[in-house]
Design a protein around this ligand. Structure first.
Ligand code: HMG
Ligand code: MG
Length: 318
């Protein structure tokens, strides 16, 4: 047990948890893709830089998707060169989303070395998000993953709707496991299990992770991506850590949602995650004060307060 500094929780480690967690920061992509207002490119670049200065080592920068589908990120070509040097300066990993070969061409042309494809466990969301069936989407990703690997790029495979789907309801665990297998067999280096609409609860998380492990999916390639719609994101994260997961997606200030799943509200806020992990004695490398200052600044740019509880609590202290 260690005494807290001002603005940090008391550290009381719990048994059976990892000593370090890698936070995959998605605020600049998952967060900003869902804002009504389009944030100016220079502001996005400063956001990414400030996140890196706060100690986040993996920052998803943008998406090379069709600009009509996500106009908020239509400036990917302008943004990426403004932040690319962070890789050399501080070793920051800057993954970008690509849905197809056109997106891959755009990303590779700018020197991206980490990409993410994004599949769906359900037919309804595959249609809404990618204009494809589940199988057609996998067929679209296959050459993307093969080429990215040939170019020595690291490939993340997102899987959305792993727990529930707004059109189809609860999603059967075997359906999710099959899709995870397909992404790994295709050559993805890691997975991110998306609770896109935030309906998961801890027992469901444990069940899915146990089933994946039972089917031979190594837990160290599995990340979790929770949305906080029903206030379950931290509880679900703790359940995942107890199952051995060490990669957790989060969004600075709790920015985000998903433009093609109306009921998806904000992502798990990075500050709330860092507060919990710090209290558990788990290292993240993140400077919470600097991160909060960044989210307060970003909230000012967006003209509304951050939904993160931790940002609210600590930005009002005297
Ligand atoms: P489509 O309309 O079927 O595209 O969209 P297409 O393949 O028929 O091509 C139509 C035109 O688009 C062509 O141009 C292509 O060149 C062009 P034309 O020949 O007609 O002039 N095009 C592109 N242009 C630029 N960049 C590209 C690109 N691709 C095609 N990459 C498509 C299919 C996949 C492109 C579209 O559905 C799309 O862009 N979807 C992206 C949706 C998206 O970004 N959603 C949010 C991210 S997922 C998410 O947030 C969930 C996650 O956070 C996890 C979770 O919470 O669950 C990851
Ligand atoms: Mg998301």
């Amino acid at each position: 047990m260690t005494t807290p500094e001002l603005g940090l929780p008391m550290t009381v480690p719990a048994e059976g948890l990892p000593s370090r967690v890698r936070i995959h920061e998605v605020g600049a992509r998952d967060g900003l893709q869902n804002e009504k207002a389009t944030v100016p490119t220079e502001v996005k670049a400063e956001f990414v830089r400030r996140l890196a200065e706060a100690g986040l080592g993996t920052i998803e920068a943008t998406s090379f998707v069709h600009p009509k589908w996500v106009p908020q990120l239509a400036d990917a070509e302008q943004l990426f060169p403004l932040v690319r040097d962070l890789g050399d300066l501080s070793g920051t990993a800057l993954p970008v989303l690509v849905p197809n070969e056109r997106g891959l061409d755009r990303a590779l042309a700018l020197g991206a070395t980490r990409i993410a494809v994004f599949a769906s466990a359900t037919e309804s969301f595959a249609r809404a998000n990618l204009n494809r069936t589940v199988d057609e989407a996998f067929a679209m990703f296959e050459p993307v993953v093969a080429r990215a690997r040939a170019e020595r790029a690291h490939v993340r495979g997102y899987l959305s709707m792993c727990f529930g789907d707004p059109w189809e309801g609860p999603v059967p665990v075997p359906q999710v496991v099959r899709a995870c297998r397909a992404l790994l067999d295709m050559g993805c280096d890691e997975l991110s299990l998306g609770d896109t609409i935030g309906v998961a609860t801890p027992g469901h998380v444990r069940r899915l992770l146990a089933e994946l492990a039972g089917q031979g999916v190594p837990t160290d390639v599995v990340g979790v991506h929770f949305h906080d719609t029903y206030g379950q994101a931290l509880a679900n994260t703790l359940a995942a850590l107890e199952q051995g997961v060490t990669t957790v997606d989060a969004s600075a200030g709790g920015l985000g949602g998903c433009p093609y799943a109306k009921s998806a509200t904000g992502n798990l806020a990075t500050e709330d995650l860092v507060w919990m992990l710090t209290g558990l004695g788990i290292d993240t490398g993140v400077d919470l004060d600097r991160l909060i200052a960044t989210s307060v600044w970003m909230a000012e740019q967006l003209g509304r307060p951050s939904p993160s509880r931790t940002v609210r609590a600590l930005s009002h202290k005297e």
